[in-house]
Design a protein around this ligand. Sequence first.
Ligand code: GDP
Length: 433
Amino acid sequence: LPVLAVVGRPNVGKSTLVNRILGRRQAVVEDKPGVTRDRVSYPAEWAGRNFTLVDTGGWEVDVLGIDARVAEQAEVAISLADAVLFVVDATVGPTATDERVVRLLRKSGKPVVLCANKVDGPRVEADATELWSLGLGQPHPVSALHGRGTGDLLDAAMAALPKVSQHGSAIPAGGPRRVALVGRPNVGKSSLLNKIIGAERVVVDDVAGTTRDPVDELVQLKGKTWWFVDTAGIRRRVHQSQGADFYASLRTQAAIEKSEVAVVLLDASTKLTEQDTRVISQAIDAGRAIVLAFNKWDLMDEDRRPFLEREIEQDLVQVQWAPRVNLSAKTGWHAERLVPAIERALASWETRIPTGRLNAFLGELVAAHPHPLRGGKQPRILFATQASTSPPRFVIFASGFLEAGYRRFIERRLREDFGFEGTPIEISVRVRE
Ligand code: GDP
């Protein structure tokens, strides 16, 4: 999905705007300073179009060196976005920090929609006009608080947002596979990267038809070139504060969006954390192939084994289908198992089931396990097709709505029959009379 990032300095009302865009039902953002957000990206919809909304507001917890931080935040968000919603406080006017972000926006060449926020009345509306001076085109006067003007703003954002994410479409066919090495701070990402790259590093400068970010690294492993995205983000040690955590999360999101497969690194020697499951959710929501790598296995104590097994069962239930590799970035133990696991996940991610086979499979399944009766009626499955790969998306046409439980049952059986190790799959149902 195309990505729309909301960028702006603290206190311009980004959170309020994000809540407006997401609507009351989805709003999970607490608009309070010092509160770190759970997520940075949200599924959003406007005028029938689906997109991913990236919220950079969680950064406001870090008030140290705000100017540099805002620029850094903006830089990551811009690199990740297909279009940027730049929020300025119309009652204050453009500040030096705003100007700095404007320069970054210009340099990026990405579409920008300028939001003049806090326009709660006609007097401020005049102030909003002054924002033409930023050179970003028309300022859209908005009161995120009261909802005024947000519809027009979103219309403009939809017009600026490409239909297909540049990140997805920029992946060249036959080019190197893009891998995001992700995980919470200190799980060993940079250690693993060094282990992998240290072993068989080959500098490949020009891969035909690709533009490579300087933060990415091309690595040759077993005769095949792999493209590790945003390795600079892994190498740069960010100081530990709430703000830094949020920054790491944003960076993770950016890396995932740019890749085909996410290798989620976990620390096997300590309890899995909420941050771990959050990273996994980010990869699932983005629809990427996923490999789980349990690092620090050299520290694994036999007493911990059963606890880890239980944590995997309970906390990682959403991703039971992902291949798991136990390894040690420190000693290099089992590091060679990573690439085969990545290859398996990518193969599943790109699997296409011929329509005939899919319908034969569903026909048998439904005959043996019909959908439960609902109101005396039985929703019938009429036809199914795989609408896309990467990840596999299925559309089932049925005579009535299929219950979520039944869809999960179909997913489980699809996985049993066709594998799909390491890929999320999506099933949607269209009701036909
Ligand atoms: P990052 O923040 O995810 O990049 O994590 P680092 O690679 O910086 O590693 C964090 C700490 O864990 C460092 O002290 C590493 O030396 C240590 N570490 C990483 N991998 C392993 C491992 O496999 N075994 C052990 N014992 N320590 C590890």
